[in-house]
Design a protein around this ligand. Structure first.
Ligand code: SF4
Length: 358
């Protein structure tokens, strides 16, 4: 599994604190040189046990095709060329509309077979508040363009749990999402991240977070409507048409080793995690070997976020029997053959359940 971080955005969203620079042509060459050098240096780490490639960001759709092509060539020369089990590209709707069908055909011919589009909302007032570049109409237009270009695996991202998102608008948002018939929908509850504009708004008293009851209501509506529309709720924040579950992300959740390339990218080799510094200029990598306790906690947290859950043997070996029995009794955990999982109606409080097991 290989992840390539593209740390460029044309503008910064209110809620986001990912490392990213304002996109600009003068930065792309040094970015490309640095990532190609990292690819050559780490060629031996890229094994193909799950051969996925994921360009995330930031905003990968701002990258010139020449840069994308040179990164793919470097990967190929390093022994990690296509075809891939899954090759995902995150895109911004505005870039798709601006760059047009020719760009989409180029992505296809480069091997991209899955497009993940950050739509976030279909409400123009909310999109403006989020400082997104697109409006609802452009999002729909971009989605249709991707479909017309022949992509049969499109995911979209939405956000709920904003205090300025009414239940009515949220219902309408889900309905518009379903009407587009994406293969995959990721929905994230808004959180206030430390370095974001939103954190400043909260500190200045200009935004009050949504209360738990509202977030819970909106999550329940989401689960209900997407289930009615035939989506499988296979991870706390992810829904897919059967057979379209994200394979790359699935690898993260079952702790498959992966190589993360580019500034701020994270990697995992099975026993240690590493991360590149958040800088375009000569970024460096820090490696941290996970202790057995950290590996145990990570396994619990990642596995129990999925509807596949966790092996009964692992859970029984690493958690107290009385905690498991009590959670089963309360309906917060269920046994499914050789595995335990959190039932969907308890997904919303999964963090608390996992904390109790830890
Ligand atoms: S949400 Fe995406 S597009 Fe917006 S600032 Fe963050 S990385 Fe950039």
């Amino acid at each position: 599994m290989v992840y390539v971080h593209v740390p460029f955005c044309r503008s910064f969203c209110t809620y986001c604190d990912f490392y990213s620079e304002i996109a600009g042509a003068q930065l792309y060459d040094s970015y490309s040189d640095a990532v190609c050098a990292e690819i050559r240096q780490r060629a031996g780490e890229m094994d193909g046990s799950l051969k996925t490639l994921y360009f995330g960001g930031g905003t990968p759709s701002v990258l010139p095709l020449a840069v994308l092509t040179s990164l793919l060539l470097a990967l190929e020369e390093a022994g990690y060329g296509g075809p891939f089990t899954e090759f995902t590209m995150e895109v911004n709707p505005e870039d798709i509309v601006e760059r047009g069908p020719g760009y989409l055909q180029s992505l296809k011919s480069l091997g991209v077979d899955r497009v993940s589009m950050g739509i976030q909302s279909f409400d123009d007032a909310l999109l403006r508040w989020m400082n997104r570049r697109h409006d609802a109409e452009r999002a729909v237009q971009a989605f249709r363009m991707v479909r017309e270009a022949g992509f049969g695996n499109i995911g979209i991202d939405l956000i709920f749990g904003l205090s300025n998102l009414s239940d009515e608008v949220w219902d309408a948002t889900i309905e518009r999402a379903v009407a587009l018939e994406p293969e995959h929908i990721s929905c994230y509850q808004l959180t206030v991240e430390g370095e974001s504009t939103l954190a400043d708004l909260v500190a200045a008293g200009r935004y009050t977070e949504a209360d738990d009851a509202q977030c819970r209501r909106q999550y329940d509506r989401l689960c209900e409507k997407l289930s009615d529309a035939g989506y499988r709720h296979y991870e706390i924040s992810n829904f897919a048409r059967p057979g379209f579950e994200a394979r790359h992300n699935g690898g993260y959740w079952n702790r498959t080793p992966y190589v993360g390339l580019g500034p701020a990218a994270h990697s995992f080799d099975g026993t240690s995690r590493s991360w590149n510094s958040s800088s375009l200029d000569g970024y460096t990598r820090t490696v941290e070997v996970l202790s057995l306790e950290e590996a145990r906690i990570e396994t619990l947290m990642l596995s129990l976020r999925t509807d596949r859950g966790i092996g009964a043997d692992f859970l029984q070996e690493h958690c107290r029997k009385e905690d498991i029995d009590r959670l089963v009794e309360e309906g917060a955990l269920e046994r499914n053959g050789t595995r335990y999982r959190i039932p969907e109606d308890h997904f919303f409080v999964s963090d608390e359940i996992i904390r109790e097991l830890i």
